[in-house]
Design a protein around this ligand. Structure first.
Ligand SMILES: C[S@@+](CC[C@H](N)C(=O)[O-])C[C@H]1O[C@@H](n2cnc3c(N)ncnc32)[C@H](O)[C@@H]1O
Ligand SMILES: [Zn+2]
Length: 281
């Protein structure tokens, strides 16, 4: 639906200036609030709701190069077992009407959610314009906005499910936008995620921190892990490095050796935590 930015019954976005509902105006091809703040619908179908004075840099978020690499990795379905695990966790919420993907990147997981929960309105936000442009081009049934997860252009208590997969966000915003009884799924790398790459890149590789098992105000509902090995060709290994902070970190010579050393088997390991907003009604 987003390729034409059609309007929907219940508003999707709120105005980043006055927090009033945004309604799509087909004649103006723009989202408007009742204070006449207007946000153009880009030709790919997304809307930019990031006020320029809220940008930390001229091009915040992941670069076009990182996004292109991530798209290639996702097109090869390297992360399919994780997508399946994410869908399984969301399924415990029943049949969600609204799902919001925070820091959605080029939309791989939002796409999987839309295919699995066909009745749901799936929306994604990312602060990176190249990411959202690619996401909107690729997944026409999903609403995407350039926005910060630290100030979501989303109405309070409007989401059944909020998902965050390796992306920054602000706890108070997640609590604010969740419906009472809604669930929040946080996916983070497990301590030994991509360990062989860490060993190859660093003299002293460090483990990721353990995921948190508590979330302010929300109730801990469930935790799960997802681990699998992938045989990466040299080309895919390069793409994986390019979509991660490894692209610039680690020992330069070690990184070049890793990039040119042929493919290898890489262990992926993730933690999935589900939290639920208390329903006081
Ligand atoms: C590691 S990527 C993960 C992308 C996607 N969730 C995935 O797993 O394919 C982190 C994403 O968070 C985005 N990001 C960084 N800061 C953000 C912010 N303040 N608000 C929204 N997105 C942000 C980046 O642009 C990037 O697309
Ligand atoms: Zn407004």
């Amino acid at each position: 639906m987003n390729s034409e930015c059609a309007s929907t019954q219940s508003p999707i976005w709120v105005c980043p200036f006055c927090q009033h509902d945004l309604i799509f105006n087909a004649a103006e091809k723009a989202w408007l609030c009742d204070n006449r703040h207007a946000f153009d619908c880009a030709k790919e179908g997304y809307v930019n709701l990031l006020p320029s004075n809220k940008k930390s840099s001229s091009d915040p978020g992941d670069s076009a190069e990182m996004i292109a690499a991530r798209r290639n990795i996702h097109a090869a379905e390297i992360f399919a077992p994780l997508a399946d695990a994410v869908l399984a966790e969301i399924a415990v919420a029943g049949d969600p009407a609204r799902i919001l993907d925070l820091g959605c990147g080029e939309g791989y997981y939002a796409g999987a959610m839309q295919r699995a929960f066909t009745e749901a309105k799936v929306c994604g936000v990312d602060i990176s314009k190249p990411a959202i442009r690619l996401a909107a081009k690729h997944y026409a049934d999903i609403e995407f906005a350039v926005a910060s997860s630290f100030a979501l252009p989303v109405a309070p208590a409007s989401q059944d499910v909020v998902v965050r997969i390796f992306a920054p966000s602000q706890d108070s915003e997640i609590i604010r936008v969740l419906k009472p009884g809604g669930i929040y799924l946080e996916v983070t790398p497990a301590p030994r995620h991509l360990w062989v790459l860490r060993e190859a890149l660093y003299d002293v590789p460090r483990e990721h921190e353990n995921s948190r098992d508590k979330f302010p105000y929300l109730q801990s509902a469930k935790s799960a892990s997802c681990e699998f090995d992938v045989d990466l060709s040299q080309g895919m290994l390069r793409e994986l490095l390019a979509m991660t902070p490894f692209a610039h970190r680690g020992h330069r010579e070690k990184r070049e050796r890793l990039q040119n050393d042929g493919g290898r088997k890489v262990g992926m390991a993730f933690s999935l935590r589900v939290f639920q907003k208390p329903d006081m009604t």
